[in-house]
Design a protein around this ligand. Structure first.
Ligand code: NAP
Ligand code: ZN
Length: 346
């Protein structure tokens, strides 16, 4: 099946309309008519070659929401007409310790990414900036009907990537959580940590988005461009979620952690991060990382968001605005996630 899509032809090149082939619907597959696809900063890192060479042309997009239009003979968990979602992962071995534990993102054989990855049949996966996708039903999520589909789309990556570490490091009542960077991931971290009952602080480059941050659920908001911030907040947080897409001074942020506090990096900048180990020794601090979340946990997050009425703040765009949107994300001018309306792919 030949479908319309937007692809980056080569590293750093603007995205352009194209057509791609989607496989036949197999026995355990679901065909999804895509309604919306979110723009994650990871799409931009990939297209710009920040993370190394890629199998171009690349159709990005790992925040996908749409409707099931066909299911394979063996599929029972999704039906034609269901509203479903696909995140960053479309396959894993299913047998290793990680997969058995529901941490398919840490599959020992390597998870299969939604785009720019080698699929089971040897072809390269192509993502959600397209009209249709065929996905193994085990990696397809149910999107609760009460959530607006466009605004729910970013939950498939930004939502789960922040929910998973917030849950793992036990954000909740009595816990002070700081979120560094108020972009796509950051604004979801604020909403989710607030719903979990934590006391939430935003650490943004400036105070430009302060009103938004407080409205989204933050209790406090500080500008990291102000050196006083690092003095005022020293030794105060139990958990810091760093969502910044660029290199930051890790040691300065570690200094904000209380005894036994942890800073979890979900941002994935091109450059290595360095730190002064004394910022870890002091207060027995932890510096950790976290990658998306498992399939069952992603469903749990979607259900949590439905229960708490949480969606993303989105700006819906046409497909031909994608390059402009990339520029705005790079300039930290996104409030707070761009979502492509797939009907504009023709
Ligand atoms: P985004 O919307 O661009 O948000 C990043 C935010 O970081 C910006 O809004 C900005 O917030 C802040 N920032 C940007 N440049 C900065 C700089 N030079 N110094 C300090 N702060 C800066 O990006 P996103 O989609 O949320 O993704 C964030 C990062 O997470 C990316 O690196 C992405 O690849 C990564 N990611 C990782 C996973 C995972 O599984 N671990 C999943 C998805 C994405 P302020 O304006 O508030 O300062
Ligand atoms: Zn993403």
């Amino acid at each position: 099946m030949r479908v319309n899509a937007y692809a980056a032809p080569a590293a750093g090149q603007p995205l352009a309309p194209t057509t791609i082939e989607r496989r036949e619907v197999g026995a355990n597959d679901v065909l999804i008519d895509i309604e919306y696809a979110g723009i994650c900063h990871s799409d931009i890192h990939t297209v710009n070659g920040d993370w190394g060479p890629q199998p171009f042309p690349v159709v990005p997009g790992h925040e996908i929401v749409g409707t099931v239009t066909e299911v394979g003979a063996d599929v029972s968990r999704h039906r034609v007409g269901d509203r479903v979602g696909v995140g960053c992962m479309v396959g894993s071995c299913g047998e290793c310790d990680s997969c058995r534990a529901g941490d398919e993102q840490y599959c020992r054989q390597g998870m299969i990414g939604t785009y720019a990855a080698t699929d089971r049949d040897g072809t390269t996966t192509q993502g959600g900036y397209s009209t249709h996708v065929v996905v193994d039903a085990d990696y397809v999520l149910s999107v609760p009907e009460t959530l607006d589909p466009a605004a729910a789309t970013p939950l498939l990556c930004a939502g789960i990537t922040t929910y998973s570490p917030l849950k793992h490091w036990q954000a909740g009542p009595g816990k002070k959580v700081a979120v560094v960077g108020l972009g796509g991931l950051g604004h979801m971290a604020v909403k989710i940590a607030h719903a979990m009952g934590a006391e939430v602080t935003v650490l943004s480059q400036s105070l430009k988005k302060q009103e938004d941050g407080l409205r989204l659920g933050a209790d406090h908001y500080f500008a990291t461009s102000d050196p006083d911030t690092f003095e005022a907040l020293a030794d105060s947080f139990d958990l810091i979620i760093n969502t910044v897409s660029a290199k930051i001074d890790v040691s300065a942020y570690l200094g904000l952690l209380a005894v036994n506090g942890a800073m979890v990096n979900v941002g994935a900048p091109a450059e290595p991060l360095s730190l002064n180990v004394f910022s870890l020794l002091s207060n027995r601090r932890t510096f950790a990382g976290s990658m998306i979340g498992g399939i069952a946990e992603t469903q749990e997050m979607l259900d949590f968001c439905a229960e708490h009425g949480i969606v993303s703040e989105v700006e819906v765009i046409r497909a031909d605005q994608v390059n402009e949107a990339y520029e705005r994300v790079l300039a930290s001018d996104v409030r707070y996630r761009f979502v492509i309306d797939s009907s504009t792919l023709g």
